[in-house]
Design a protein around this ligand. Structure first.
Ligand code: ATP
Length: 247
């Protein structure tokens, strides 16, 4: 059974300016995501990936179509990790996680997540003193802490150097294996997407549609093995040459 069922007939941005220009961002997009599936969305810059995540998160309801999360869309809990970590500078790392709870924050869970993401030692530090990689890890903890029905991640490793991106990616992957969640993850990096995903969804330039939907069959214990990732990538690109133009 799908955890997310997306059926968008049309998402058009209408300019409020006098010339009333329109931009059709999404047309006829159908996508189902299974429970605890990790799905990566890949497509050219500006194709509409963030637009789609915002629609799933309920931040944008101006479209024709339906997005169903679990059995009842209205009460779904959404965790959203943005491109920018968006930590509050006047709160410590721990307070930035606790702030998402309207009632008493679950201290033991937060302790465990801080340990899993290797941030226990800096939990009382303010974000400006952290590296960008650490800030990203704190943002990931904040999203996991609410135990969301759906976890949306919009290029959460963008602008990290390669070793930091690899470290955060590996920590995220082991966190997700311990605490499975349904994830929609936007990436521009095919190797990163192959290392993380159960499925890769390749998207067209606007109006955005699904071009290819490809299962990644590399066993979980081999996702750290760069040779495996590279071999899968080369095979994928040779079988689906059109994908080259979408990255
Ligand atoms: N509020 C808006 N009004 C008008 N057009 C918009 C608005 N927001 C986004 N767009 C346009 O919709 C298209 C899709 O934008 P979106 O940010 O969703 O793309 P994206 O695939 O996430 O891009 P990137 O990979 O660069 O982050 C772009 O052409 C963008 O200019």
């Amino acid at each position: 059974m799908n955890d997310i069922t997306i059926s968008i007939q049309d998402k058009t941005y209408r300019s409020r300016h006098v010339d009333d220009r329109q931009h059709q961002a999404i047309a006829d997009l159908q996508l189902g995501v299974g429970r605890n599936e990790f799905v990566c969305l890949l497509g050219p810059s500006g194709c509409g990936k963030t637009t789609l995540l915002n629609m799933i998160a309920g931040l944008d309801s101006h479209y024709q179509g339906q997005i169903r999360i679990g059995s009842q869309a209205a009460t779904a809990k959404i965790g959203y990790v943005f491109q920018n970590p968006r930590l509050l500078p006047w709160y410590t790392v721990r307070q930035n996680i606790e702030v998402v709870f309207s009632q008493t924050p679950p201290a033991a869970l937060i302790d465990a997540l801080l340990a899993d993401m290797q941030l226990s030692d800096v939990q009382q530090v303010y974000p400006e003193r952290l590296s960008l990689g650490m800030q990203r890890r704190a943002a990931i903890i904040r999203a996991f802490a609410i135990n969301p029905d759906i976890l949306l991640m919009d290029e959460p490793f963008v602008s990290l150097d390669a070793p930091s991106a690899r470290q955060v990616r590996n920590l995220l992957y082991s966190l997700w294996q311990q605490r499975p969640h349904t994830v929609l993850f936007v990436s521009h990096d095919l190797r990163e997407a192959i290392a993380l995903a159960d499925r890769l969804i390749f998207l067209s330039p606007p109006p955005m549609r699904i071009v290819s939907d490809i299962a990644v069959n590399i066993p979980r214990e081999l996702r750290n093995d760069e040779a495996q990732i590279e071999a899968f990538r080369e095979h994928l690109l040779s079988q689906h040459p059109a994908i080259n133009g979408l990255l």
